[in-house]
Design a protein around this ligand. Sequence first.
Ligand SMILES: O=C([O-])CC(=O)C(=O)O
Ligand SMILES: [Mg+2]
Length: 387
Amino acid sequence: MRIVDVVETTKPISSPIRNAYIDFSKMTSSLVAVVTDVVRDGRRVVGYGFNSNGRYGQGGLIRERFRDRILEAEPVSLLNDDGTNLDPHRIWTKMMSNEKPGGHGERSVAVGTLDMAIWDATAKIAGKPLFRLLAEIKGKEANPRVFVYAAGGYYYPGKDNSALQAEMRGYLNRGYNVVKMKIGGASIDEDRGRIEAVLKEIGSQAKLAVDANGRFDLETGIAYAKMLREYPLFWYEEIGDPLDYALQAAVAEFYPGPMATGENLFSHQDARNLLRYGGMRPDRDWLQFDCALSYGLVEYLRTLDVLAQHGWSPSRCIPHGGHQMSLNIAAGLGLGGNESYPDLFQPYGGFPDSVRVQDGHIVMPDIPGIGFEGKSDLIKVMRELAE
Ligand SMILES: O=C([O-])CC(=O)C(=O)O
Ligand SMILES: [Mg+2]
């Protein structure tokens, strides 16, 4: 058993939307395939992966460094002890050989993208959905029913409050009961008007989360905290620079409601610093680390260990990114749920075609691997790459 090729292509996932920090007009994502010589159900096993929106494609790093380290390794050194499957932990160590510590933003997306494909191949070789494999490895009971919320509410040229309300109504009609919108890309008065418009639209049918995408300095973060705390929000997300833990802790003094952050922290060391110094509260706040941006599931398992050491339950994690990889981690390891972008970043995000959202939850179908084969538009572009 061996990995015979690793293929990467960089694809556009552009749209005219804007958050408080960036627009997505030039956004790209790496799509990778890890090709094995294993055959299951008459078909060669190929694992697939891609990186989440918000960071760009990683073709350079993947093709110049990480691909070669996998392909040049002694094939048996990438397998488990009895040689019956790939060992994602051993492959991860091989990819990261000759890499100094720190500097996580430089390569964590490239490694996370490959790690997704390696776990997909591993679960396919085992003949199981990844969430069942993960639960088995950890001795846990899988729970295929996962909470999902609808992320959107972007700034968009010509979009007024009634268009924002219509967007949110569309999410409720599709079964969601938590929706998210952007803030910090307009004045505080304008944002207050947008928030009130959405709250009026959703009434008691749903809760609203707001996301500042790291835009605010301390003063602005506190001014928004004082405005936002008048409303019953689901959470106040990514207030200031992702690495400014003192700011996060200071804003907590002014915001008694739930806060969320972590999508731009890319290692278990960064996550540990957030828990040590960020003033985050394990009884109400939410952690959004996204394995597809942060060295993959091998590293995410270390992050979950860090959480446990600091008294945090995995159920406080609702990852960023809206991909099926995190859905599997949620169902297999008991996370609190997952993000979803009903109308964005297609065909990568979302669910298998048969899945419907009901009461803010989905139920994972039993498809071997991550489940990409269940989503027809996605598996089509994946197979174009390597099959
Ligand atoms: O707009 C983005 O970069 C995505 C984001 O923050 C989120 O989904 O929470
Ligand atoms: Mg966010």
